[in-house]
Design a binder for this molecule. Structure first.
Ligand code: C2E
Ligand code: MG
Ligand code: MG
Ligand code: MG
Length: 283
């Protein structure tokens, strides 16, 4: 009986899997189309220093699906990676972000680069081509990679990072603290900046261990002469605690969600100040 039930459950599972696979394949077709007809666009989230001055923006991809609405990059980036579309997506993102960077002199534009992209042999030369095409300056671009991209100490990645650094890009290690051997990566790769993952910032104030962890990451960054920025800052309390720890740069809903390029133009036009928002009033 149990066996029979098990088999039934298995069949049910198979049917569900089949439906899930079909849905996925459909989404894949839609993504391929979106990449060629402008369905994927960029928004930019401001990064600020202690004075509330915007020093950079992070480019974040958005997919406006014709029937499903806005789809999160947390869904479509892994999909693109799985179905061989990550290079197309990456190229689209870089082309747009590079072009937009010319609108905002003095503002760093951070671009997320997937681990798979980094492992493509021709990645640095693709990037070089896009620089020429867009006329962007590598000094105003920061490439964000995750520890996953460094995992395995891959030869291609080493070469790529060296070449990108030589071109003038700066490198940030995204989601810092969520990966495996962060400390050894910091020694082996020419990283400029650490982005402390939101999961460490959220519990700040409620949990003294979180405070100790963030303080030690900030200390580590200082000791290694790296810049450091906190991701996902949502409250004034988090911000002031970070400031007390010596982490001057922040990114998060307290200041601004990701906005369209025209809104970044407007911030730049009024001198770059981004005021903390009253998040409670918004909800
Ligand atoms: P990420 O690079 O760590 O980007 C930060 C994510 O946290 C963004 O989500 C941002 O909207 C969100 N966020 C920022 N501030 C706050 C806050 O105060 N509170 C909360 N709860 N969330 C905040 P988003 O845009 O959904 O992107 C998710 C992830 O998708 C990114 O994480 C990044 O890993 C990836 N991604 C986004 N755009 C691209 C892209 O163009 N290429 C690649 N390869 N990956 C991308
Ligand atoms: Mg990022
Ligand atoms: Mg991050
Ligand atoms: Mg994160």
């Amino acid at each position: 009986r149990a066996k029979e039930q098990g088999r039934n459950r298995y069949c049910f599972f198979e049917i569900e899997m089949d439906a899930a696979l079909k849905a996925r394949r459909g989404l894949e077709v839609d993504l391929r189309r979106a990449l060629s007809d402008g369905g994927v666009h960029l928004v930019y989230q401001p990064q600020v220093d202690t004075t509330g001055q915007m020093t950079g923006v992070e480019a974040l991809a958005r997919w406006a699906h014709p029937t499903r609405g806005l789809i999160s990059p947390a869904t479509f980036v892994p999909l693109a990676e799985d179905c061989g579309l990550i290079e197309d997506l990456g190229r689209l993102v870089m082309r747009q972000a590079f072009a937009d960077s010319r609108r905002w002199p003095g503002i760093k534009v951070a671009v997320n680069v997937s681990a798979l992209q980094m492992r493509q042999e021709d990645f640095p030369s693709e990037v070089a081509k896009l620089l020429i095409e867009t006329g962007a300056h590598p000094r105003s671009i920061e490439l964000e990679i995750t520890e996953g991209a460094l995992l395995g100490d891959d030869e291609t990645t080493h070469l790529a990072i060296g070449r990108l650094r030589a071109m003038g890009f700066s490198l940030a290690l995204d989601d810092f603290g969520t990966g495996y051997s962060s400390l050894s990566y910091l020694r082996r790769y020419p990283i400029d900046k650490i982005k402390i993952d939101r999961s460490f910032i959220t519990p700040l104030g409620e949990d003294s261990e979180a405070g100790a962890l963030v303080a030690s990451i900030v200390g580590l960054a200082k000791a290694l002469n790296l810049s450091v920025i906190a991701e996902g800052v949502e409250t004034d309390q988090q911000r002031s605690q970070l400031r007390d720890m010596g982490c001057t740069d922040a990114q998060g809903f307290l200041f601004s969600a990701a906005v369209d390029p025209e809104a970044v133009d407007a911030i730049v036009a009024r001198g770059g100040q981004v005021k903390p928002q009253d998040l409670t009033a918004k909800t």
